[in-house]
Write a protein that binds this ligand. Structure first.
Ligand code: DAH
Length: 357
């Protein structure tokens, strides 16, 4: 009996001394494990005579139950202490001042858009807008796209499900439909730029399904290619803020202009860096041309009386060229670190008087 009392006292002391779950487990194994002290005592009951067993049985079983209960409550206490320590360590001091909020900034595309608009505004162009969701007439037909033109195909254009009358609306693939809307709603002379979002089913380092364009349209009597060249040459010099920039016009094809051209700017690509206004390389920058007589007719303008020129350019690309971004997809990833690095102050609205960038 005294052995049992001493053993219980010893085990209780060991349990109290166990400072972590591993130490406690070691005590449990030494007492209640297969060859533990208490288990060995329980096994010895089998070899006792009936009288002894009647006395020792309840005593040893009682010891086992008390030791097991003490270990369980010690384990629970250790876990509570551990949780308390963790909560104390991870506590957030709500009385601390909040970290300063990241300042908002103007996205480089919008900065470039504002710069471009301000240059054309100074030349007497007004801003016109149209819807992102267009119909086939404004996006294609009125712009002289033949019925089977590949740009109408599914792989380029995002079409909506057909309406009940079978017409399929689409996300405009360019800002050119704003030309059509403007000519249908205004009388010449017309001088507009139409900035906005455009959509094509395409995605890689230089294409995103949504991108930005700015369209230009001039309609008046006696308009010719010379007006177009002067306007665009002046614009490019102003935009890149250098008089050194060289341009060339290369013959091209667009259904809505005749003749059509692409304008390249002189650049230098040596050393892995692109520099505008120097070097002997060329970089395509925009599409342009004289408005096709079919387009004028579709918009109710007599091509024998009025002529016009038009142009369209990718604003994101112009922003990338001016401000040194290399991957178009990053422009729309919404990464606040990128925005903080490339963004512009909202208080520095570009205008020709105070400077652009
Ligand atoms: N709409 C053309 C495009 O998205 C760009 C363009 C080219 C617009 C020539 C024009 C133009 O107005 O005259 O590729």
């Amino acid at each position: 009996m005294t052995d049992l009392i001493a053993l219980e006292a010893d085990l209780t002391a060991q349990i109290a001394a166990a400072a972590d779950p591993a130490a406690l487990e070691a005590v449990r194994v030494a007492a209640l494990g297969k060859t533990g002290a208490v288990s060995t005592l329980l096994k010895s009951l089998g070899g006792m005579n009936t009288e002894d067993r009647q006395v020792q049985g309840p005593a040893i079983n009682g010891l086992r139950d008390r030791v097991a209960a003490t270990i369980a409550s010690a384990k629970a206490a250790l876990e509570t202490a551990k949780l308390d320590a963790r909560l104390a360590a991870e506590a957030v001091d709500l009385s601390l001042p909040a970290p300063p909020r990241r300042k908002g900034s103007v996205h480089p595309t919008m900065q470039a858009m504002d710069e471009i608009i301000s240059i054309f505004a100074e030349m007497g162009f007004a801003v016109a807008e149209g819807p992102d969701i267009e119909d086939d007439f404004h996006n294609f037909t009125a712009l002289n796209f033949p019925p089977k033109h590949p740009a109408r195909e599914m792989h380029d254009t995002f079409f909506f499900n057909p309406k009940t009358d079978g017409e399929r609306m689409l996300l405009r693939t360019h800002t050119s439909p704003v030309q059509v809307r403007t000519m249908l709603s205004q009388k010449p002379p017309i001088r507009i730029v139409a900035p906005g979002r455009t959509y094509r089913c395409d995605s890689d380092a230089t294409h995103t399904p949504m991108f930005h364009q700015i369209e230009g349209l001039v309609i008046d009597r006696g308009i010719h290619m010379g007006h177009l060249k002067w306007t665009l040459n002046s614009f490019i010099g102003r935009y890149f803020e250098t008089s050194a920039v060289t341009t060339r016009f290369r013959p091209h094809h667009f259904p809505f202009t005749e003749p059509s051209a692409e304008m390249d700017v002189g650049c230098d690509r040596s050393g892995g860096e692109l520099k505008i206004g120097q070097g002997a390389d060329w970089l395509e920058i925009l599409g342009c041309g004289m408005v096709h007589p079919n387009v004028l007719r579709a918009c109710g303008i007599d091509p024998d009386e009025y002529q016009g020129f038009a142009f369209g350019m990718g604003v994101d690309r112009l922003a990338m060229l001016k401000y040194g971004m290399s991957d178009l997809r990053e422009m729309f990833a919404g990464d606040t670190r990128w925005l903080a690095h490339y963004g512009f102050s909202a208080f520095a609205a570009p205008n020709p008087a105070s400077g652009l960038s």
